[in-house]
Design a protein around this ligand. Structure first.
Ligand code: HEC
Ligand code: HEC
Length: 182
């Protein structure tokens, strides 16, 4: 067998746009996900995305779809995909929820647990800390539960300690308020 076949013939190589298309089909063309429990990626800081893709590739963050999607990523791919994702527009919060008591309760919990000390006053994240503002509510609930149970250890144990004193009713309030944060 020729070396060319082993390494993949250049004529067969997919372009970056072709490789990005399935990602955007799940995560949303314009940075905003319309798919249940699939996070919006727009405006995520590139260093955060890079770390998460690295964790997916090494199966240190276990999500089968994402482990498969990144299995053959090179280090250059990690960087190229992260930079592309960071440049997508940030998601917009839904217009509903005004006057809902969960907004106030969630807002108070954000202050009490100092979520904004790391995620930023605008919850837009920076460097290796993710943007959470206007993230999908169902995905926020899922991730906060997974940090609390340690099903998602993360690259940094900060979130497990943050979530330790937070109960499930408070997780629902936090997710409601953060998904509608503007
Ligand atoms: C079939 C749907 C699907 C496809 C295709 C897919 N993803 Fe995902 N992706 C998910 C799901 C679901 C999660 C969240 C898993 C969880 O619950 O933690 C995720 C998580 C992520 C995250 C972490 C986001 C965060 O906020 O932590 C990144 C980054 C990501 N995907 C990038 C990609 C890239 C790049 C591709 C293409 C190579 C891709 N995804 C393809 C479904 C998909
Ligand atoms: C000490 C700093 C710190 C504090 C305080 C903090 N976070 Fe985090 N948060 C992080 C880091 C670091 C990560 C990424 C960890 C990883 O690799 O999964 C993260 C991840 C997250 C994610 C996952 C986002 C995604 O796209 O997958 C959510 C949601 C989140 N934090 C919400 C909160 C909430 C709500 C609070 C307050 C109750 C909070 N954080 C307080 C540092 C912090």
């Amino acid at each position: 067998m020729s070396l060319l076949l082993l390494t993949g013939a250049p004529a067969m190589a997919e372009t970056f746009t072709e490789r990005m298309a399935p990602c955007l089909a799940c995560h949303g063309e314009k940075g905003q996900s319309e798919t249940p429990e699939v996070p919006s990626l727009g405006g995520q800081p590139a260093p955060y995305v890079l770390i998460q893709l690295y964790l997916f590739r090494g199966k240190q963050r276990v999500v089968e779809i994402m482990n498969d999607a990144t299995a053959d990523f090179t280090d250059d791919d990690l960087r190229t995909f992260s930079d592309y994702i960071a440049a997508l527009p940030p998601p917009q919060p839904p217009a509903d929820g005004a006057g809902d008591a969960r907004l106030q309760r969630g807002g108070a919990l954000i202050t009490q647990h100092r979520c904004n000390s790391c995620h930023g006053l605008d919850l837009a994240g920076r460097d290796s800390i993710p943007r959470i503002a206007a993230q999908r509510e169902d995905y926020l609930v899922k991730s906060l539960r997974e940090y609390k149970s340690n099903a998602r250890p993360g690259y940094d144990p900060a979130m497990a300690s943050v979530m330790a004193p937070v109960d499930d009713a408070q997780i629902l309030d936090l997710a409601f308020a953060i998904a509608r944060f503007r």
